[in-house]
Design a protein around this ligand. Sequence first.
Ligand code: GRG
Length: 330
Amino acid sequence: MHPVLETTAPATAAADPTDLGMQRVDGVIRDRLASRVVLIDQISRYIVGAGGKRIRPRLVLLFAEALGFEGPERYELAAIVEFIHTATLLHDDVVDESAMRRGRATANAMFGNAASVLVGDFLYSRAFQMMVSVNRMRVLEVLADATNVIAEGEVLQLMNMHDPDLAVDDYLQVIRYKTAKLFEASARLGAVLAGAPLALEEACAAYGRSLGTAFQLVDDLLDYEGNSDELGKNVGDDLREGKPTLPLLLAMERAGEAERALIRHAIEHGEVHKLPEILAIVKRTGALDATRTAAQKEADEARQALAALPVSRAREALLELCVRSIHRSS
Ligand code: GRG
């Protein structure tokens, strides 16, 4: 085969209808990052320049396109959700004391906690300035509600730290709040821009919610079985923080008494040095496979929600995202 054609990317990737649109979004992101304050410029460009998968802005563009909206507001809204996402990452890395993100030292490791939190505030408030410029009350409502729920999710997660008795439903509530809510809002905003009827808007939101849940389940899985270089962040961070995620909750349900006690103790005390032993247990008990199955079920639900949309290239790309969100290494 000709070397140019040898690609591991899915066959449909070349036809991704958002490619040109994403270049426009990157342009908006670059323009709106501008600040007179040098440190803000430096840190925000450091984190945004590190890349990221840009999934949330893609959702805005794809749903807008699938429903026939072609106005320039879609680029602004796509940049807004990426700014909110980036603000949450800056704050989250401080809360979690993370050292690596998007393949680089985190902003908190490079510039300190205070600067990271404050630049997160800048991005968050810049996003709200941009929302006002879109001049649609419904857009403000969706994003004000979403950011409020994200913050609630993060506080709930904080309350659940080091708790090995966390119920699976309570874990699921956290991931729906902290991660799925912004996916849901991004998808919904495409429908809002297009003026879609409420039932259709709800179908788009349901897709985002399920895809976001699947995405976080895979994130939690990769924190055990992933590769730090590919992920661009350190594996084992969740254990170090004593985060009771689904792989551990399921392993405790399935393991014998001694292994259950070992995991409980590791969650209670954030024993990251036990990672190799715990990795063996989560694998042997099938807890990783079961987490993947739960993610697949959510992705299937996302796919079903798309039945409400007319057939289009954008809908195909949204179907493809369901597959890629599950089979990913970063
Ligand atoms: C500023 C509104 C606001 C809230 C602060 C800290 C916090 C409250 C929320 C954090 C929520 C959070 C970071 C959830 C995890 C979401 C997640 C899966 C992030 C990784 O997303 P990717 O893989 O990242 O899409 P890239 O780097 O590809 O953009």
